[in-house]
Design a protein around this ligand. Structure first.
Ligand code: HSE
Length: 429
């Protein structure tokens, strides 16, 4: 790549793609001054040429087929922003790498599943594969893990990495509204992915966490090892009860690597109100990293949106132009043989909510099952409901999740619950 111009093609012209075009135009001279290299947009492609967009695409060469762009000899780098709805992105990335083109992508779900094979191919073809925009929008967390913290032995990272869920939980809390109501609003605002399960089911966070943890710990990508739970069972009552005991509910992504055991988890957690994690509202993301040299370092900022995500995409282009880029993201310990800790042996307290039949002996039977699994109740309150039902809210003393899951299964079998019990770990961070 010994030339003063880098020819760029963008595939996918949604919000982020349009933002990248705007930014490339606005920053053209600045980038040239700083790197000595001109980023030239030489081709664009998207599903629908006529779709209404916030930019004028007429000055750019339109190529209908993304695969044709991937083979175009005039293109040096492909910016892939088409998402993971069908197989197109995968084919385009492979074809482009095979044709010697660098890749910049924001495709978190595809990378979380196939990043390793892209990496191998990119290495073989000596091209760069960059994906700063795939995790936490405008927060430059990939570069931080690849470069800035490289001499740190990282033991833990955690944070809020799905803006949609954080928006929903924050609004529920601030406005006292139920989940379904706020979810509809988030959908109307265009926050929710086209497959909503990705957001509210915790899957989007799991994709991002898998990418972050392999960078942080030098392990291989292990999406299947991420224990994943979403937020759609959280009610305003849970949020209010958490508030009363000094906590907020956040969808927390956590990865820990200790004694060769990797624990990756995405699930709602009660977080103490004064924790920096609990201060993050709306669609903002936050990531805390615990490193041997730096202690705990926290990064917070916009996790999505046109400007922040485009900023990350263009920063990858500039890195390629400046040839500062590593070719791959899996730059860790290739001989990693650590075990995946899926059993979650960590001890925690839990918040529990049951809706029960209000009959004599019900609480005795329920607490008996907790007791026989070694679980001790810390606080408990009952709230009467119509039709001889009652809500029982409690927090437990510390226990391992395995014990709690056994107790909840046993309680369900007693047929005293009117709905599935809600259990949320209390995370003291
Ligand atoms: N659906 C994602 C989120 C978009 O809500 O965070 C950014 O990756």
């Amino acid at each position: 790549m010994n030339k003063s111009k880098l020819n760029v093609a963008i595939i996918g012209l949604g919000t982020v793609g349009s933002g990248v075009i705007k930014l490339l135009k606005r920053q053209k001279n600045n980038i040239k001054n700083r790197t000595g290299i001109e980023l030239e947009l030489v081709a664009i492609s998207a599903k629908n040429k006529r779709k209404k967009r916030s930019i004028d695409i007429s000055p750019y060469r339109w190529i209908a087929s993304p695969i044709t762009i991937a083979r175009d000899p005039d293109v040096d780098v492909i910016v892939e922003l088409i998402g993971d709805m069908d197989n197109t992105a995968r084919k385009v990335i492979k074809e482009a790498i095979n044709n010697g083109k660098h890749i910049v992508t924001a495709n978190k779900s595809l990378l979380a599943k196939e990043g390793s094979s892209f990496e191998e191919l990119a290495k073989k073809k000596s091209v760069f594969l960059r994906y700063e925009a795939a995790v936490a929008g405008g927060i430059p967390i990939i570069k931080v893990l690849q470069d800035s913290l490289i001499v740190n032995k990282i033991s833990k990272l955690y944070g809020v990495i799905n803006g949609t869920c954080n928006f929903i939980l924050t609004k529920m809390e601030a406005e006292g509204r139920e989940y379904t109501d706020v979810f509809s609003e988030a959908q109307q605002l265009g926050y929710v992915e086209s497959d909503p399960r990705l957001d509210i089911g915790g899957i989007d966070s799991a994709h991002k966490l898998a990418l972050l943890s392999c960078l942080a710990f030098g392990t291989s990508l292990d999406l299947k090892g991420v224990k994943t739970e979403g937020i759609d069972h959280i009610s305003i009552e849970d949020i209010d009860e958490a508030h009363l005991i000094g906590y907020k509910i956040k969808l927390l992504a956590t990865a820990e690597y200790q004694k060769k055991l990797l624990r990756q988890e995405v699930s709602p957690k009660l977080i103490r109100k004064d924790s920096p994690i609990a201060q993050v509202n709306g669609s903002t993301n936050i990531i805390a990293i615990e490193g041997e040299e730096i202690g705990t370092t926290i990064f917070s900022g916009p996790g999505a949106g046109m400007g922040p995500t485009a900023s990350s995409v263009v920063s990858d282009l500039v890195a390629i132009a400046s040839r500062k880029s590593k070719s791959t993201f899996l730059n860790g310990d290739k001989n990693f043989s650590g075990k995946r800790d899926k059993t979650l042996t960590k001890e925690s307290s839990f918040y529990l909510r049951f809706v029960l039949k209000d009959k004599p002996g019900v609480i005795a039977r329920l607490s008996g099952k907790l007791g026989s699994c070694g679980i001790s109740i810390n606080q408990m309150k009952q709230k009467p409901l119509p039709k001889q039902k009652a809500t029982l809210i409690m927090t437990t003393h510390k226990t391992v999740r395995k014990n709690l899951e056994k107790a909840l299964n046993d309680i369900r079998r007693l047929k005293i619950c009117e709905q599935r019990p809600v259990s949320i770990e209390i995370e003291e961070i």
